[in-house]
Design a binder for this molecule. Structure first.
Ligand SMILES: [Zn+2]
Length: 161
């Protein structure tokens, strides 16, 4: 199908935009990284005082059943981090009330995303927690609430290149 916005054909992309680290962790020098950073592919701690969780931000896509998911990091309080860590393997984590978080990556095609307030919801031990933005005038909130078109999906995915 030819896109009405740009006249190109957008393939059905399964690839998702993914951030490897929180922006503030990626900014560290190599020396700081060795000294301050503890992380793996799901969790990240900077200097024993800042705590991050890897999550996905789902955006509904028109004419498609599955949402487009951006893999990004959120910053959480130490108490929330400890709770999430304790529940990591638990089947009951979906029963937990959502955690208040802040987006920890700047998405270049959604400038100003860094620092947005959101909620983190767990659904089960084998599923990455999902992020839902709090109401704000930022476009990403509207896009999550109303959905995006395949042209917009292509814009996000192009950030890989
Ligand atoms: Zn297009």
């Amino acid at each position: 199908m030819i896109c009405a916005k740009c006249g190109m054909e957008h393939p059905l992309e399964e690839m998702e935009l993914t951030f490897r680290r929180p922006d503030d962790a990626a900014k560290l020098s190599e020396e700081e990284r060795l000294r301050l950073l503890r992380d793996n592919s799901d969790l990240c701690i900077i200097g024993e005082e800042r705590f991050f969780i890897r999550a996905v931000l789902p955006l509904p896509v028109e004419s498609r059943e599955d949402p487009y998911c951006i893999g990004l990091w959120v910053e959480v309080s130490q108490a929330a981090f400890d709770r999430i860590y304790d529940l990591w393997e638990s089947e009951d984590q979906g029963l937990e009330p959502p955690f208040a978080v802040r987006i920890a990556n700047e998405i270049p095609t959604a400038a100003g995303s860094l620092g947005l307030d959101a909620e983190l919801r767990s659904s089960g031990p084998t599923v990455r927690p999902r992020v839902f933005l709090k109401p704000t005038s930022h476009q990403l909130y509207a896009e999550q609430a109303r959905g995006i078109d395949v042209h917009r999906v292509a814009e996000f995915t192009a950030l890989f290149a």
